[in-house]
Design a protein. Structure first.
Length: 520
């Protein structure tokens, strides 16, 4: 019986720890380095053993396991896993969907050893009940929709509707972008990523296809600087400064929310309440509805300032401004002043739509970065598409590239929202946020996120400077935003939505739970 424990295996998702991500080119470089450091075939033996161990751990009572192997080294990993599972006493059905005479060297060796143990791969799917499928069909090099025997095998797997353990990647998922390459991409219950974690597991469709994500480094640690991105984590909260006993409200910055056109004042209030919950010293609301409320009965701490954006230069300079929440086209008048004069500016929702439709405002936004004024943009995919002059499907097809393009063009910190929100700034490694779930798919949660960014930024800027603080605030807010939704789902698995007005309170509790560790 093989041991199921592995010193190099860890659960990444769900989880809260930071991690490095490696794209296709970076993963291939790490693999080449690891192969050179090991004896022939040793790395594949380790990979197959890791797959077998995890299969036994996640499905200990599985009676029959289907190991579906493809025509490359991913299939070789599956063949090695099959040997170890046979040794563990499991009933197996092993298929090989490719030409056995054209397998790569390591995979060919794995097939030879499997046959010596009495494992003769079939071309047909199992004709009896199966308790677990090990998907070892396609790996890192997949860049087009599955075809031929592999596509047929994927259709057979989908029809079975049993748990799937994917080797390295769910077959049919793009490792770089998280895009499903065809209609038959695997939806795994577990994915065991080998050597490196791939960005596509954490953004776009990746979360829905990968299930729980595990990493086994196979005992190899990539060299420094080899990653192409990283995962956000609770460590982002370390950027928050301490709160001395002698502090006062002026110690933690002013936030001004400019938004709330007629019929949409609630969005501005949600952002203001979030900024308060995030710890800003004072929060002001400057509604764009001239007939809007002048008092918030839920949060009377909020101070209302009509036309605040017409304030003097000193008031603009000392404030962190959140603009766009429920603003509609009314933001058009305020934006030229805010873009020109505010050193710290969070742009969300309708502020982004107005800028996308006005080239003069786009030039003002670009000029901010060149002057050293910091800006955080928080678009969802459609808002990002408008700024880029494309459609939302193009953005979703390669979220990282779209985020980079916007950040570089507009000289800003870019937080592209969605499954696996992407954070890009010009002077740091891109990051993907692994927290969050569909409970956030309800009106107003984006306003809460924008307000939290502003509230954290107002506190961080004095110590970190505006530019570094902008990125740190966006990352911490995005992670807390998602983690609060995760905690809600853990507490009530049947929940369908998390109301935006409840979200700030849950984020506040999350921040309190993780702040002590961040201060160590």
């Amino acid at each position: 019986m093989i041991e199921t424990a592995s010193a190099t295996l860890r659960l990444v998702l769900p989880g809260e720890a930071a991690a490095w991500l490696h794209g296709v080119a970076e993963s291939r470089a790490v693999e080449a380095e690891a192969l050179a450091a090991h004896a022939p075939h040793e790395l594949m033996e380790r990979a197959g053993l890791a797959v077998a161990r995890l299969a036994l751990a996640v499905a200990p009572h599985a009676r029959c396991i289907w190991v579906a192997c493809g025509p490359g080294n991913n299939g070789g990993d599956g063949l090695v896993a099959a040997r170890f599972l046979r040794q563990a006493g499991k009933t197996l059905h092993v298929t090989l969907h490719g030409d056995a005479q054209r397998l790569p060297g390591d995979a060919s060796h794995a097939l030879h050893l499997a046959r010596r143990q009495g494992i003769e791969p079939s071309l047909s799917p199992p004709d009896g009940p199966v308790d677990l499928v090990i998907d070892a069909l396609l790996g890192l090099g997949t860049s087009r929709a599955p075809q031929g025997p592999v596509a047929t095998a994927l259709e057979d797997i989908l029809r079975l509707q049993v748990p799937v353990l994917a080797v390295d990647l769910p077959s049919g998922l793009d490792a770089e972008t998280g895009r499903a390459l065809g209609a038959t991409a695997v939806r795994a219950a577990h994915t065991l990523s080998l050597l490196t974690l791939k960005p596509g597991l954490f953004t776009a469709a990746g979360r829905d296809h990968a299930g729980q994500v595990w990493l086994d480094s196979l005992g190899f640690v990539p060299g420094p600087g080899s990653a192409s991105a990283r995962l956000c984590s609770a460590t982002a909260l370390r950027a928050l400064p301490p709160r001395p006993h002698a502090a006062h409200k002026g110690s933690f910055g002013d936030v001004v929310v400019v938004g709330g056109a007629p019929g949409m004042t609630g969005a501005a209030l949600l952002a203001g309440r979030a900024a308060l919950a995030a710890g800003a010293g004072r929060v002001f609301i400057s509604l764009l509805d001239p007939d809007g409320p002048r008092f918030d009965t839920t949060r009377p701490e909020l101070m209302f300032r009509p036309n605040w954006w017409r304030a003097d230069v000193a008031a603009l300079a000392r404030s962190t401004v959140v603009c766009g929440c429920g603003a509609a086209d009314a933001a058009r008048e305020a934006l030229p002043v805010l873009l020109a004069r505010c050193p710290r500016l969070v742009l969300d929702a309708d502020a982004l739509n107005v800028i996308a439709s006005d080239s003069a405002l786009q030039h003002l936004l670009e000029a901010r970065g060149r002057r050293g004024q910091a800006t955080v943009l928080t678009p969802h995919p459609l808002e990002a598409a408008r700024l880029l002059g494309c459609d939302a499907a193009t953005v979703q097809a390669d979220r990282m590239t779209a985020a980079r393009a916007l950040s570089q063009r507009l000289h800003c910190v870019l937080l592209l929202k969605g499954s696996g929100s992407i954070l890009v700034s010009e002077d740091a490694l891109p990051a993907i946020n692994p927290s969050g779930n569909a409970l956030l798919a309800t009106g107003g949660t984006g306003d809460v996120l924008a307000g939290w960014v502003g509230g954290l930024w107002a506190q961080m800027a004095p110590q970190l400077g505006d530019l570094r603080a902008a990125s740190a605030a966006a990352e911490a807010a995005a992670w807390l935003h998602g983690r609060a939704a995760d905690a809600e789902l853990e507490a009530a698995p049947g929940s369908l939505a998390l109301r935006a007005d409840d979200l700030s309170a849950r984020m506040r509790k999350m921040a309190a739970l993780h702040r002590p560790a961040a201060a160590d």
